[in-house]
Ligand binder design. Structure first.
Ligand code: PRP
Ligand code: URA
Length: 212
């Protein structure tokens, strides 16, 4: 049976407010970076909503009780370099024990296809939930290539978390990877002639690292 792709847009007021400041071209590099880290925590909250729990016995200062703790699959965060790094720290603030897989890709400005330059992942990818991180889902060529590569490395249980998506990217990604749910803070209007999301926030990597 074909899978129904799942796309969740987080409409929490804190996320929407912080995203507005990030979109503003007058926001500083330091402010952009800080807000991305903060929004990452809120996105992580949604992307981990269905993690399994198990009951364990503990003693409070007053009495014994059974209480829930995380069970089952451990997490891997997989940032797509460079800009995905901006989401990583906020995620690790919430799940400090997660492993990290780095996927180095850049988008060729002429062809808009993804070019891989680095890949390093833990060995046991098949036993973990993998949360792929990139602030921008534009054409989705980078996200599709990253998920292809992570599947090749053994990952079977994945989520894709971004800040902004274009409708074209959502449909391209879900067409290639219907088994990978998307969590995003917003879906914008469209892509422009250069493959940029509009209205968007510009080039996420450049804004985060101050390279333009
Ligand atoms: C940006 C962004 C995504 C990609 C999105 O990265 O961080 O990885 O573009 O575009 P796509 O959906 O059309 O593939 P970029 O290639 O600019 O590299 P950078 O993160 O190193 O700046
Ligand atoms: N990459 C970005 O950083 N921004 C876009 O709008 C598209 C791709």
């Amino acid at each position: 049976m074909a899978e129904t792709p799942s796309v969740t847009v987080i409409e929490h007021p804190l996320v929407r407010h912080k995203l507005t400041i990030m979109r503003d071209k007058n926001t500083s590099t330091a402010g952009f970076r800080r807000l991305l880290r903060e929004i990452a925590m809120l996105l992580c909250y949604e992307a981990t909503r269905d993690l399994e729990l198990e009951m364990v016995d503990i003693d409070t200062p007053l009495m014994p009780m059974q209480a829930p703790q995380l069970a089952g699959k451990k997490l891997v965060f997989a940032p797509i370099l460079r800009a995905g790094e901006g989401l990583l720290d906020g995620m690790l603030d919430l799940v400090p024990s997660a492993r990290v897989a780095h996927v180095g890709l850049y988008r060729d400005p002429e062809t808009l296809s993804a070019v891989e330059y680095y890949f390093k992942a833990p060995d046991d990818m098949g036993e973990r939930r993998v949360i792929v991180l990139d602030p921008m889902l534009a054409t989705a060529n980078s996200a599709i290539a990253a998920v292809d590569r992570l599947k090749e490395a053994g990952a079977t249980d994945m989520r894709f978390v971004c800040l902004l998506a274009a409708p074209e990217g959502v449909s391209n990604f879900t067409g290639h990877h219907p088994d990978v749910p998307i969590v995003t803070a917003a879906i914008d209007e469209k892509l422009d002639d250069h493959g940029y999301i509009v209205p968007g926030l510009g080039d996420a990597g450049d804004r985060m690292f101050g390279t333009k």
